[in-house]
Design a protein around this ligand. Structure first.
Ligand SMILES: *[C@@H]1O[C@H](CO)[C@@H](O)[C@H](O)[C@H]1NC(C)=O
Ligand SMILES: *[C@@H]1O[C@H](CO)[C@@H](O)[C@H](O)[C@H]1NC(C)=O
Ligand SMILES: *[C@@H]1O[C@H](CO)[C@@H](O)[C@H](O)[C@H]1NC(C)=O
Ligand SMILES: *[C@@H]1O[C@H](CO)[C@@H](O)[C@H](O)[C@H]1NC(C)=O
Length: 354
């Protein structure tokens, strides 16, 4: 077993230089998601409404590859890389802190609204070979602020591992617990990441012992506000080449970049939980380019979603902001749906027909 794991890691290590793995989504490119048979979806900019699209069970071959899922209670350690305001941190902490059932406040639980906790229930449907589900319990852990850009303003998939190493070995290090924690590296809007904007809004992977000293699941998500909000903070911003009548939605917490990050953080957490070592739940033959449970539902936030149509959301009648979930204290978020392995399509708690 040990040797096999080693081979697997070595293989992935080599492949990681060649291909991006476990990338996050872009608003228009659904080539991973569907066979273009769903003609409406094939048109990247056409607003499409197919009654019950939300992914298509016929073409998706999601498989379990016998690896672990995150079934133990998980602590999320956040690394704030670059400059972050207090309110930006607050939005992202509030989202992550709303996932666990014990964190849900009465006011949100008793209301009609779909919750962040309810959204995570789709992720909990994934199990490992012993039948253990993905955990319901995700909590915020220690944080590290690297506000002086210790590794520069241009990072790569490899150098981000050095950032983690710094965070767990430097002064006041983050705790290390490979079984019960994951690491979330969030970069401020002035930081560039390899392939950011073109191919990548976020990714997840695990660290290499040769660089970090441990195999730790981690995810990176960047604030795209400066470089490419139309790509990574969609639908709160739209791509530059979008037709004039394609207007962005109002972001629920007044920060286009960070409100856009919320959905990508959700995407990466869902995939980390179901595929932490990239050997558990994914579709496709190639483990160096897996299509995972959130990739399958990119850009779908509500009933009818698909193509560049978000699906049915809530638009606040007072301030016009777009959201589909509420978290603690009634804070609003717009978060993409997740592939449901029982129903074989994308689901979310705000579905109007489930
Ligand atoms: C979508 O992504 C694929 C693979 O990266 C690429 O070949 C294709 O041109 C992209 N399509 C659009 C519309 O960006
Ligand atoms: C996509 O759908 C078409 C029409 O049903 C089919 O001929 C084709 O083989 C499918 N392609 C893939 C990659 O599944
Ligand atoms: C997981 O977290 C929940 C809620 O905090 C707690 O009740 C439970 O005992 C924890 N389980 C383990 C194994 O620590
Ligand atoms: C665990 O996963 C199974 C299989 O998807 C599902 O039937 C069950 O409801 C899940 N349990 C929880 C607590 O989500």
């Amino acid at each position: 077993m040990f040797v096999r794991r080693l081979h697997f890691l070595t293989l992935l290590f080599l492949l990681s230089f060649m291909t991006p793995v476990s990338l996050s989504w872009r608003p228009w490119n659904h080539t991973l998601m569907v066979n273009t048979t769903a003609a409406a979806v094939a048109d990247p900019l056409g607003i499409t409404v197919s009654k019950k699209y939300e992914g298509s069970s016929d073409f998706v071959k999601l498989r379990y590859h016998m690896g672990p899922v995150l079934s133990a209670n998980i602590t999320v350690h956040t690394i704030w890389y670059g400059r972050w305001t207090r309110s930006q941190k607050h939005i992202l902490r509030s989202f992550i802190g709303s996932i666990s059932p014990e964190s849900t406040t009465r006011s949100t639980a008793s209301s009609q609204l779909a919750t962040v906790e309810g959204w995570w229930r789709t992720v909990q449907l994934y199990t490992d070979q012993t039948g253990k589900n993905v955990t319901a319990h995700l909590k915020l852990g220690a944080e590290k602020s690297l506000s002086r850009y210790s590794h520069g303003k241009v990072l790569t998939r490899l150098s981000v591992q050095s950032v983690i190493r710094t965070a767990i070995t430097g002064r006041r290090p983050l705790p290390v617990n490979p079984k019960n924690s994951l690491y979330l590296i969030l970069t401020s809007e002035d930081v560039m990441m390899e392939d950011f904007c073109g191919q990548v809004c976020g990714f997840h992977y695990f660290t290499f012992p040769s660089i970090v000293g441990y195999t730790l699941p981690y995810a990176w998500v960047g604030n795209s506000a400066r470089y490419c909000p139309g790509v990574c903070a969609y639908p709160f911003a739209v791509p530059a080449y979008a037709p004039a009548n394609w207007s962005p939605g109002k972001s629920p917490n007044g920060d286009v970049g960070v409100d856009g990050m919320v959905s990508i953080v959700g995407h990466e957490l869902a995939e980390l939980a179901s595929n932490p070592l990239v050997n558990a739940w994914f579709a496709g033959q190639d483990p160096s380019f897996p299509t995972e449970i959130a990739d399958l539902c990119e850009g779908i936030y509500g009933t009818g979603g698909g193509g560049s149509y978000t699906g049915q959301l809530t638009v606040d009648s007072d301030d016009g902001s777009w959201y589909n979930l509420v978290g603690n204290g009634g804070r609003r978020f717009l978060v993409q749906w997740i592939w449901n392995p029982v129903l074989n399509y994308c689901t979310g708690p705000n579905a109007i027909d489930q």
